[in-house]
Design a protein around this ligand. Structure first.
Ligand code: SF4
Length: 333
């Protein structure tokens, strides 16, 4: 049992940046504003963002989460999640007569555009990402004939190339930067002409959170990352913390999931959160830690973020017509 009275040497290193990114904020605000404007129910295809708390809060306000378009009654409002959708899903929603709002993060859309462009130029596209992840399904769905998903080592060996001069790798936005570069090296050993993406596909938020957790992980006995199990960027933070030298690292959705036995001999606790995690969940973890003697909280800041995206155009237009929306940026009133 940890001695909760003895606070000597105990401290928390709080990673910054952490938590909500601009794409998640925009997607959540889009659903909130759609609920305000159209009333309940507003349907959302898949989890709007990969976080249990966010999804249940929106459900309580009248959002209904579905897996596929055919579960939505014709004529309803349907929001596409931040992870993006393939053209086939967009077409299915149009065929059903749904009023759609596309909350795909603009940085995911950027990768979709790259797929469209290189597929049009007849490239083979090696898309590094997790097989079955919604974002990867949506991105690959832009040009299934041109995209091969590179997940595990066997997919590296299996990659087929028609013309070595027309070969490029792209990636999911929320991968580990270091692991992705290892995969690129392995791919390039087999395919030396493999071209790099025109710009980074791993997004600014994923990269910034990994840089911060590296610094925190290197100085921590234990790292706690707040976020859900299906959140790719959250799971990567746990791995990056361990790689950076943390003796242990655990992911929790809520402070109530923290286990007492993790604190045996622990002086320094690192804390961070995934890009879909509201700050109130981190506050609850800090409160839990303070109650156990870890009340000395020091922020480890490695970058400043001030990115904001505009609300989805179709929603902006609706709100403007109704006289509700004055700002171009996604923010709460
Ligand atoms: S993690 Fe990156 S790609 Fe995903 S929603 Fe946030 S900013 Fe967009």
């Amino acid at each position: 049992m940890t001695d909760i009275k003895n606070t000597a040497g105990k401290k928390v290193l709080l990673a910054s940046p952490r938590g909500y990114c601009a794409g998640v904020d925009r997607a959540v605000i889009a659903v909130e504003k759609a609920l305000d404007h159209y009333g309940s129910p507003v349907y959302v295809r898949k989890q709007i963002v990969h976080n249990k708390h966010v999804v249940s809060s929106l459900e309580a306000r009248g959002a209904i989460f579905v897996e596929e378009v055919d579960e939505v009654p014709p004529g309803s409002v349907l929001v596409f999640s931040a992870h993006g959708v393939s053209p086939a899903v967009v077409a299915a929603a149009a065929e059903r007569g749904l009023n759609t709002i596309d909350a795909t993060c603009p940085l995911v859309t950027k990768v979709h555009r790259e797929v469209q462009r290189f597929a049009a130029e007849d490239y083979d596209i090696l898309l590094i990402g997790h097989e079955g992840h919604e974002e990867v399904e949506g991105t690959a769905g832009e040009a299934p004939h041109a995209v091969q998903i590179i997940d595990k080592d066997d997919s590296i060996a299996a990659a087929k190339v028609r013309d070595p001069k027309k070969l490029i790798w792209l990636s999911q936005t929320t991968l580990s930067v270091d692991e992705t570069m290892e995969t690129v090296l392995k791919l390039r050993e087999k395919h030396p002409t493999l071209q790099n993406p025109p710009s980074d596909d791993i997004c600014y938020a994923t990269q910034n959170r990994q840089v911060a957790i590296k610094k925190v992980g290197a100085q921590s006995d234990l790292v706690i990352v707040v976020g859900s199990a299906n959140s790719s960027n959250t799971v990567r933070l746990v791995e990056v913390a361990l790689d950076a030298g943390a003796k242990a690292s655990h992911r929790v959705d809520f402070a109530s999931e923290i286990k007492e036995e993790w604190f045996e001999g622990v002086e320094t606790v690192g804390v961070s959160s995934g890009a879909s995690v509201p700050e109130e969940l981190v506050d609850e973890v800090l409160e839990y830690l303070a109650n156990r003697g870890y009340g000395d909280v020091r922020t480890v800041q490695t970058a400043e973020e001030d990115i904001q995206f505009s609300l989805p155009a179709e929603l902006r237009k609706e709100l403007k017509a109704a006289g509700h929306e004055t700002s171009n940026k996604a923010k709460r009133d």
